[in-house]
Design a protein around this ligand. Structure first.
Ligand SMILES: [Zn+2]
Ligand SMILES: [Zn+2]
Length: 419
């Protein structure tokens, strides 16, 4: 027996309502802010991610699905959306459009990661990128889009964690202070952090190992090492957000897993945070466009994980609109009625109803069981007599009542109930 590859999942029709709800809400909120949907290829040149995501990151060193195609090109299934979106921005000359260019995506991503609850090797993200303007108002707006999305989903008790990690001018001094601090505590650090200390000291702040926590808690904060421009930028961003009544939590330890972030970084956290449970996050990445061969272009964005969000919706018991439940099921009794029932079902669809027809030769009891399992609101039952006098027996599946009615009146009743 075949199984879906490790770290992937099938989404069955009964779960579709969650996907429809989350993706529909994402599209609605993003478009309310003037973001346009972009779709990029599932794979790109490997070097786009090596340059764009950062050579020292876990994604590039351990998690990419890279392969050589039959023409000898090295390609990689996209592990994230920002580098592809920037590549598209450059390729299509979007610098000539009015800035900022606001783009959102709903796409699958691929990372060879250890699967666990809410974490898959093929997963889906809703993300936004605002490219071409460095004003604090753009930062505040991007954070607001992310927040409005979670708020509109109805998720409770979330917080917006906010930090600034400085720019090219002020980051080196901060990194030096971090290295000094962690070198003093080097004996207590986990193996990964020993390595990070040499490659990317910022990532030590992100370590979840128990033994590293004391050193992390006493580490210098980036906000105390910002240059004047970064300090003003962060203060203005915060001020704008504070006027919007978000559940904002300044978090001096917050860093992001990717190398390209500058200044503002943020994450959306559920009430209990452990390991990988952030629902989404992002930040400013003013240096990335240059790294990909473009002109210096300020930009900010975020991404959210749809599988984790759906898990959280279920955990919090949030009711989402049903999808795919038929308005009507058309059953038949006896051979004479089966073709007229098939035709009546088609008529029902033509007037706008979702209608499932009983097909084959199963008995009425089995047909009604199917109507019930599908969650049909009404059922029509056609027998020999109904066919003769142009009526149906209509059954209200919710109220468990049934009566006979002329066909057109019965159809009108189902349509009216549908609203
Ligand atoms: Zn700075
Ligand atoms: Zn550690």
């Amino acid at each position: 027996m075949y199984q879906a590859p490790r770290g992937t999942q099938d989404v069955l029709p009964e779960d579709e309502k969650y996907w429809r709800y989350v993706e529909g809400t994402a599209a609605k909120i993003a478009e309310q802010f003037g973001y346009g949907l972009i779709r990029t290829p599932a794979f790109e040149d490997t070097s786009l991610f090596v340059r764009g995501v950062g050579e020292s990151t876990d994604i590039v060193t351990k998690e990419m699905y890279s392969f050589e195609d039959k023409g000898g090109e090295s390609l990689t299934l996209r592990p994230e959306g920002t580098a592809p979106v920037l590549r598209a921005y450059l390729e299509h000359g979007m610098a000539n459009r009015s800035q900022p260019v606001r783009l959102y995506y709903l796409m699958s991503m691929y990372r060879y990661d250890r699967p666990q609850a809410g974490r898959y090797r093929e997963f889906h993200q809703f993300g936004c990128e605002a490219i071409g303007d460095g004003a604090p108002m753009v930062d505040a707006e991007a954070i607001l889009v992310a927040w409005r999305f979670f708020e509109a989903l109805g998720l409770r008790d979330l917080t917006v964690q906010l930090n600034s990690i400085g720019c090219r001018a002020c980051r080196p001094a901060y990194l030096a202070a971090l290295v000094r601090h962690f070198t003093e505590h080097q004996m207590g650090l986990c193996h990964d952090c020993q390595r990070r200390l040499e490659i990317n000291p910022l990532r030590l702040l992100d370590c979840k190992q128990e033994r590293c926590q004391p050193a992390i808690l006493s580490a210098p904060a980036s906000v105390d090492h910002l240059c004047e421009e970064c300090r003003v930028h962060f203060a203005e961003t915060r001020e704008l957000l504070e006027g919007l009544s978000l559940p904002l939590v300044p978090n001096p330890r917050l860093v992001r897993g990717l190398d390209y972030y500058t200044r503002t970084v943020f994450e959306i956290w559920p009430p209990v945070v452990g390991g990988q449970s952030s629902l989404g996050g992002g930040g400013r990445y003013d240096g990335l466009m240059e790294q990909l061969g473009g002109k210096p272009t300020p930009a900010i964005g975020f991404a959210t994980g749809l599988e984790r969000i759906i898990l959280k919706l279920k955990e919090q018991g949030i009711a989402v609109p049903e999808v795919g439940k038929p308005d009507l099921y058309v059953a038949h009794l006896g051979d004479v009625a089966s073709v007229p029932a098939f035709q009546l079902a088609n008529e029902a669809r033509r007037v706008g109803l979702t209608c499932v027809a009983a097909v084959g030769s199963r008995g009425l009891k089995s047909q009604m069981r199917q109507a019930n399992n599908l969650g049909a609101r009404f059922a029509f039952i056609l027998g020999e007599q109904e066919v003769q006098d142009g009526t149906v027996t209509i059954r209200d599946m919710l109220e468990s009542k049934q009566w006979q009615e002329p066909r057109q009146a019965a159809l009108a009743r189902v349509l009216e109930t549908k609203g």
